[in-house]
Ligand binder design. Sequence first.
Ligand code: HH2
Length: 382
Amino acid sequence: MPVSADLVFAAATAETLREIGSWDGSRPATFASAEFPFDVVRFERSPSPPVAFSRARRGETLKALPAGLRDRATSAFARLERPPAPLALPDGRQLDLSTFPIVMGVVNVTPDSFSDGGLYFDPGRAARRALEMFEEGAAIVDVGGESTRPATYGNAEPVSPAEEIRRVLPVIEAIRRESRAPVSIDTRKEEVARAALGAGADLVNDVSALRHDPRMASTVAEAGAALLLMHMKGDDPRTMQADTSYGHPVADVAEELAAAASKALDAGVRADRIAVDPGLGFGKSPEGNLVLLRHLGALRSLGFPVAVGASRKGFVRRFSGVGDDSSAADRLPGSLAAVAAASSAGAAIVRVHDVPETVRFLRMHQAIDRVRLARPERTSSR
Ligand code: HH2
């Protein structure tokens, strides 16, 4: 079943409208400032140029389109505007996304992950950290046994499926002895996913979006598990930064995610079990990561919950002005700025190392976003 990658981009200003147009080599007409904000619908593999809709006059612009494009644009808007539905997990359980974004805590059971390598290499310690993350407000914890860091940190050691299983299985089993809270396994390898699902994992986070192992989709489907499809340029973390150029900085990523979602559906993974992630840092230039974050909302037009992980990554350090050897605390402000952008763009899941800080940050961010006062209150309390 093909998943459409017709995308809707938000353009609040003429400058953003020109930026989006430039990616397809088109020059949008000049509009009066009163007509903003605009939405731009970009039709996948269509000779028709992107269409700009003044938000206030969407109906009129739709009416003026040929029927085929009108239907495609109407469907893209409907997918974009649907709030994220719960992600279905095994045994009839669900990952509630109604308070989006929810927090996915990261526990790397590795000696060499770029930011927490070695900290949780001991399975007991890793499981305790995962359980603590649930108490701190994580809705799901992502357990990984292989570093997928880029070569700039020095190539990560290749890890055999047997070694990866040896690392993650005791952690998932120990979490399961204490808790039924949702657990995700971060792996590209089918054998590892199968073992983790057998031990009670609920979701497979595949950073190769099904390209590393063709058996992955059917294993996930058989287990009735959820599947997070993450975009990576190429399929090897050691070479993914060799070429970070794209024809279109967002649509190329979206089209590959749509193709991966189609593959998953064909293998029997239910649509309400699929989420997508642009894979920040996985074959992206520093500026490319920023553009993906700023236009993350467009990925919601794929019709699946959008997850994103910027936590402590190289581009966060670079743009927030801290060094490569900076502490976790130094990297936190930049990571939280990325969480703010993801939240404003309607992301469903943020994948982070700093769980309690992110949970508190999001509470405040959402309180500001959602407060509605009929009229200013006269009060002296502060
Ligand atoms: N980033 C990393 C690993 N897995 N999965 C998803 N869905 N999205 C991401 O952005 C993502 C991911 C890299 O971060 P980390 O696990 O902390 O590092 P390492 O790969 O070095 O273990």
